[in-house]
Design a protein around this ligand. Sequence first.
Ligand code: GAP
Length: 482
Amino acid sequence: MTITIDELANFCKRKGFIYPSGDIYGGLAGFWDYGPMGVELKNNIKAQWWKHHVHAREDTVGIDGSIITNPKVWEASGHVENFTDIAVVCKKCKNKFKVDESELPTAKCDKCGGEIESKGKFVPMFTTQVGPIEEDSTMAYLRPETAQLIFTNFKLVQDNARLKLPFGIAQIGKAFRNEIAPRNFIFRVRELEQMEIEYFIDPSKKKECPYEIEDIEIKVFSADMQTKNSEPTIMKIKDALKKKIIQLPWHAYWLSSSLNWFKSLGANMENFRIRQHTKDEKSHYSTDTWDLEYNFPFGWKELQGIADRGTYDLSAHQEKSKKSMEIMDEASGKKILPMVVAEPSFGVERAFLVFMNEAYNEKEKDSVVLKLNPKIAPIKTAIFPLVKKDKKLVELAKNIYKNLREEWNVLYDESGSIGRRYARNDEIGTPFCITIDGNSIKSKDATIRFRDNGEQKRIKVENIKDTLRKLISGEIEFSKLK
Ligand code: GAP
């Protein structure tokens, strides 16, 4: 089912996922608030990412850095000087957008093809004053990425967690970019949240990745294919590495690991591709970058960048702070400055859009089933007494509800027909509904219904929690329930 981005935005507002921020005053471009369903989905996405990329790995730890930090961080990182865009406005339709310096002489309006006018270079970092008394206050930036806090804390974290190369440091947190043209709902926003890992290795071991590359087949779009105007080719990531389309085993590994995370949460790999940055588009710090792209309702766009940042950041902070960033490498017995071979970095908002787009299914007009993976679904189960006037049914349903609430976000609903209650929950992605009826009192069992196909089974009341645990974790499929 294809849905336009505006339809998705309307659906998200109607169902309590996302609202324009300050909506009662007309909103503010690039800022969004998350409603009762949205905050749960967003938290679940972040928790699943953390579980997969931090807790499940022996070589990675997390940090939570500050949004505002010493402005020297952004001078050293090159953001003040290089994190710049050129703002342009169309002379005809007044559309505003950004272009690279190299594109400026030939750029035309990306909406109507009209002539454009340059409004000059700008640094898309928000600034603020730290300290309430003007003459004592300092200008500071709201961080435009979480990554730099990983670099500035690098030595402390490595020492505290006794990390040995290769290792990763991960972070999830807010970042701010004063985008000239926030657009496509939450795809490009001004207040975003990033999930980032800086993965450090000994630079002499750039070609040695000890980890297994996931067996994933995907559309591969190399820089060479793009220059020759050829189509992406479907192949296994392992084969792209063997054929030297992907140069570094570490990149193949991280691309496959990120794709595997989406796959494990139910995303369809046909809607993903990996695309290498061409020579002109690489960031100021990167020697090679591969983007994970997704076929959004408005076309193929970046979901995640996997950049090789080399020793760019640690060297820059070492130079500016005059503090050594070298660490003792036990394997070689030498002090070395590690390099970042991959920086799997992506926006929570984009992952949110992917999962919503993948899950959205219209049964018929105005009847939606949101097939979110149970691990990220905002509400795991809804409990209904069949008849609200029957005190015994209500009492049993409420007891079950209370018991399940100890473990998950669950919902109790006694209003409207049972069909209406199922439909309401299908729309917000509740994977399982439990109905207590007359027989439940006698036989101590209940009906459990699966959102994706409406299939229903009877289970014993005493087994509800354990069964749900298995269904939500994916340990058993609904169709295999006895
Ligand atoms: N530390 C590297 C870095 O920040 P980036 O390519 O500028 O690299 C990484 O950003 C990811 O953050 C992007 O792939 C995207 O998922 C997300 N992102 C960046 N700018 C965004 C914006 N304005 N709105 C939503 N997500 C954004």
